[in-house]
Design a protein around this ligand. Structure first.
Ligand code: AHR
Length: 341
């Protein structure tokens, strides 16, 4: 059995052991010696992917994108690890990928900090690390090969600019506007970028008041919980900025539960990010005012990077995906016909 095949088998077994024994910690952190020959992986490009979790519709679309792109038919063997929104799980997965001598590591980092040591270990093992979606903050940018994802700061700015022009059309430019923000996972690139982007427009409007920022961790349940607290705490809320669609769905439930309404004809303006199909449908129903796209179909771009690396071609360090926004002035029914996520 060659080294790569042995490595992949070990990782599969390790992952089966840690997941199979519910509640029981694995007996050893070392890979098992497994003599039985299950198949030959040497013909594949072995890719280890550490995914954030399954917290949102966006995340599910992202997972599908990677699983549908890195297929055995195309010559890849994908080792997929769901970190369940915990950085410690991602660190463990990456170390296992290194131990198993995968060809490439793809990392969607939950938060930006705390990666130096493990990325150095990957570099020492000469395994290229490609960042997808979120990014890392490291002093030495050579610790990763490249990053493929969204311009989150631009998304946040776009949302602020959209709000300014919407209020102008409503003749509300000079009114006092009270805003609350449902933030994503603190310290994640998506949270930092969207918060900072929106804040840059907020600064230009002294009559806009940000009442509070609170994290809903990008999930519907927490989004609802936080929105319920906001509604109890503040009598006047004019705008809710929800840093993803799933928290916006939670917010919609909380707003309805408090006897209020949101959307173009409602009491509260609701802005969201991702622009998933479910959110565009909610917009069609008049519950969301505008949604700022974040493209989860990143795997084809990552595959392009891997193919270039295989061919020894140069790689662009930062690669942004194209994104737009949607609001109720558009023909959403037509847009939904072509929307894949
Ligand atoms: O990092 C991308 C963000 O993470 C998406 O906006 C959100 O839905 C996901 O959970």
């Amino acid at each position: 059995m060659n080294r790569k095949m042995f490595g992949v088998l070990c990782l599969l077994l390790l992952s089966l052991m840690t997941k199979g024994c519910a509640g029981r910690p694995p007996e050893t952190e070392q890979p098992l010696r497994y003599e039985e020959e299950l198949g030959d992986f040497s013909e594949y490009i072995v890719v280890g992917f550490s995914q954030v979790g399954s917290e949102s519709d966006w995340r599910m679309a992202s997972t599908n994108s990677f699983k549908n792109t890195f297929t055995e038919e195309k010559g890849y063997y994908l080792l997929f690890e769901d970190a369940q929104q915990k950085q410690e799980n991602q660190l463990k997965s990456i170390r296992n990928f290194i131990l198993q001598e995968v060809d490439y590591i793809i990392l969607d980092p939950i938060v930006e900090t705390g990666w130096e040591a493990v990325l150095q270990e990957a570099r020492d093992a000469e395994i290229p690390v490609i960042l997808a979606d979120r990014s890392v903050k490291v002093e030495d940018e050579e610790l990763y090969t490249c990053w493929v994802g969204s311009d989150f700061e631009k998304e946040g700015r776009m949302a602020g600019e959209w709000l300014a022009s919407y209020l102008e059309k409503q003749n509300r430019s000079d009114e006092e506007i009270c805003i609350v923000t449902l933030q994503g996972t603190p310290g994640s690139t998506a949270q930092i970028g969207r918060t900072e982007g929106f804040a840059s427009v907020l600064e230009e409007h002294p009559n806009w008041e940000m009442l509070e920022y609170q994290s809903g961790d990008f999930t519907q349940a927490k989004g609802q919980e936080v929105m319920e607290r906001f509604l109890e705490s503040y009598e006047q809320i004019d705008v809710v900025v929800s840093e993803n669609d799933n928290m916006a769905f939670g917010a919609i439930d909380a707003i309805r539960g408090a006897g209020k309404t949101c959307g173009p004809d409602g009491d509260i303006i609701l802005l969201s990010f991702d622009a998933s199909r479910a959110a565009l449908n909610a917009m069609l129903e008049g519950k969301i005012n505008a949604d700022f796209e974040c493209n989860p179909i990143l795997a084809p771009k990552v595959e392009e990077v891997i193919q270039k690396l295989e061919a020894d071609e140069t790689i662009e360090k930062r690669q942004y995906t194209e994104e737009r926004y949607f609001d109720t002035s558009m023909n959403l029914k037509e847009i939904l016909k072509e929307r894949t996520y």
